[in-house]
Design a protein around this ligand. Structure first.
Ligand SMILES: C[S@@+](CC[C@H](N)C(=O)[O-])C[C@H]1O[C@@H](n2cnc3c(N)ncnc32)[C@H](O)[C@@H]1O
Length: 509
């Protein structure tokens, strides 16, 4: 099996693409019903404000989708739900009423039931959440797993102290991670995650047996217990030894809810072996899959936003050429891409048109994001703030070097249009914005070919960048992008880590 990335709603992907009993371990870190939308804060450069764009939406309302979901649970058409899960939802509807919390729990129930289906009988499920909804989510998981031969194993409390501190109540500084198993015949690798035994807590001397193994002993009720030092101890169900990602963390990508690799490393080592299949159905910036890859597991990642998909591709590219972590598995990005299948990303005009016309309350401007990020080889940032003001959907930065070796960071602005026809005034407007923003180049990305605009764009001449000449205003259509055309400008800066380092070197941050 190749590693898989799916761009789409995980419910569709689980239902239509993942076989029953095929996954060894599933970890998910879904939106927590936090009632706010997370913004990805890019490590932006050259601008006074941090460009923000909506990474994903975590507000829930009782709408037609929630109503449809509840009907689906009650009808149990696919037969994946237990009687207990169905009764639980009927009961919760009476207690909570049809509001945002029920909408969230309906969405989670449908997906967790599908996840149980795709797990192998020996498989494990980890659900990462926080106290906002953990008490309800445990009911949902009990309904899905415990009534169908599975069981609850642990509630792990992951403690951290990063972030702001409340003054009106105890600062909320822990997340909750539930661990469920599909059957009692589950995998748990004690030795892979055991910690070194702390010999100071028992107040007993270290002894050696006939084979030279060191141990401490304890005598309880006349019986001797030996604790071998080479065996190690399991971490407790509260984890304080794993730090949250802080602003200066090496692995930080700027994704708002990024989890530390060490957390995933413990979970993946505990409940999977090399070659096993690890699934993350809400994979965000790809922490689970990056760690699974490094540990020699096969993996499947699903996310509904193109920004995540773009970030994951970039993360894989960087991680395995030793940029973000010191753990190099595979220096050859070509090998990595060969082992990878990317699904759900438009590959032809029909699917591009479908994405442009897609209506989805949970995501915004997915067509624009896909086009800007793909055309720029994932180098642009998505700027919704600027976009709101001036029709700009993305920005890239380039490091211009003149003949005297003087460096200047310059902006490239992207604007996306999916209209069937456009008048040349669009080009004039883009040129106006490029001039006003003091940008080097403006690029109009269109769904349909626009000969009239290509002609109009020629009127705006060329600009000299890194001692070569490029069109000031460029027009590219989706078909050209699908045929492999990509951003042709010199020294485009990667807006992940590298850009930050470069900008610091150039003292422009
Ligand atoms: C909390 S983040 C995950 C962060 C991740 N653990 C990491 O370390 O980067 C949740 C992710 O779930 C995605 N998401 C939300 N609803 C989804 C759905 N129905 N299908 C697939 N992905 C979804 C969001 O786009 C977001 O990237």
């Amino acid at each position: 099996m190749k590693n898989q990335i799916y761009y789409g709603d995980n419910l569709d992907v689980l239902r239509n693409h993942l076989a029953s009993d095929s996954v060894d371990l599933c970890y998910i870190d879904p939106p927590f019903n936090s009632k706010r939308n997370y913004n990805q804060i890019y490590n932006n450069i050259g601008t006074e404000d941090k460009a923000q764009s909506q990474a994903f939406i975590d507000t829930w309302t009782w709408d037609s989708m929630a109503e449809h979901g509840l009907r689906e649970i009650i009808a149990n058409k696919n037969g994946v739900l237990s009687a207990q899960s169905i009764k639980l939802m009927i009961g919760l509807e009476q207690i909570l009423g049809k509001g945002s919390l029920l909408a969230y729990l309906v969405s989670m129930t449908l997906r967790i039931a599908e996840i149980r289906r795709v797990l192998k009988p020996t498989g494990s499920f980890y659900l990462h959440c926080d106290p906002t909804a953990s008490h309800y989510l445990k009911l949902v998981c009990d309904g899905v797993f415990c009534s169908s031969g599975g069981d609850f194993r642990n509630e792990i409390i992951w403690c951290y102290s990063t972030g702001g501190r409340a003054k009106e109540f105890y600062p909320k500084k822990h997340d909750v991670i539930f661990w469920y198993i599909k059957s009692k015949n589950y995998l748990f690798n004690y030795d892979a995650i055991a910690l070194e035994r702390d010999t100071t807590t028992m107040h007993e001397p270290i002894l050696h047996d006939d084979e030279g193994r060191s141990y401490q002993r304890n005598i309880k009720n006349g019986k001797e217990y030996k604790y071998y030092l080479d065996k190690g101890v399991l971490p407790n169900d509260w984890w304080i030894d794993i730090q949250a990602i802080n602003p200066s963390a090496k692995e930080r990508l700027g994704y708002p809810t990024q989890k530390p690799e060490a957390l995933l490393e413990r979970i993946i080592k505990a409940c999977s072996n090399e070659g096993d299949v690890v699934l993350d159905a809400y994979c965000g910036c790809g922490t689970t899959i990056a760690v699974a890859h490094r540990l020699g597991r096969k993996w499947i990642g699903i996310d509904i936003t193109y920004q995540s998909i773009s970030l994951i591709l970039k993360r894989l590219e960087h991680s395995f050429i030793k940029d973000f972590t010191d753990n190099v598995v595979d220096k050859n990005i070509a090998n990595l891409l060969e082992q990878l299948e990317i699904n759900g990303v438009p590959k032809d005009m029909d699917s591009a048109i479908a994405l442009a016309n897609k209506q989805d309350d949970r995501t915004r401007k997915e067509f624009e994001k896909w086009l800007v990020l793909s055309y720029s080889n994932n180098r642009a940032t998505i700027d919704e703030k600027k976009g709101g003001d001036a029709g700009i959907d993305g920005i890239a930065f380039l490091d211009d070097v003149d003949s005297d070796n003087k460096h200047t960071v310059k902006q490239v602005l992207f604007s996306v249009k999916s209209n069937k026809t456009l008048s040349p005034s669009v080009i004039r407007d883009l040129y106006g914005t490029v001039e006003r923003e003091n940008a080097a180049v403006g690029i109009l990305l269109t769904l349909y070919p626009m000969e009239n605009l290509v002609k109009e764009s020629k009127k705006y001449g060329e600009v000299k960048l890194a001692n070569n000449f490029y069109s000031k205003i460029q027009v590219v259509c989706v078909e050209e992008m699908l045929n492999g055309e990509r951003l042709q400008l010199p020294n485009v800066i990667d807006v992940l880590k590298k850009a930050e380092q470069k900008a610091i070197q150039m003292s422009i941050l």
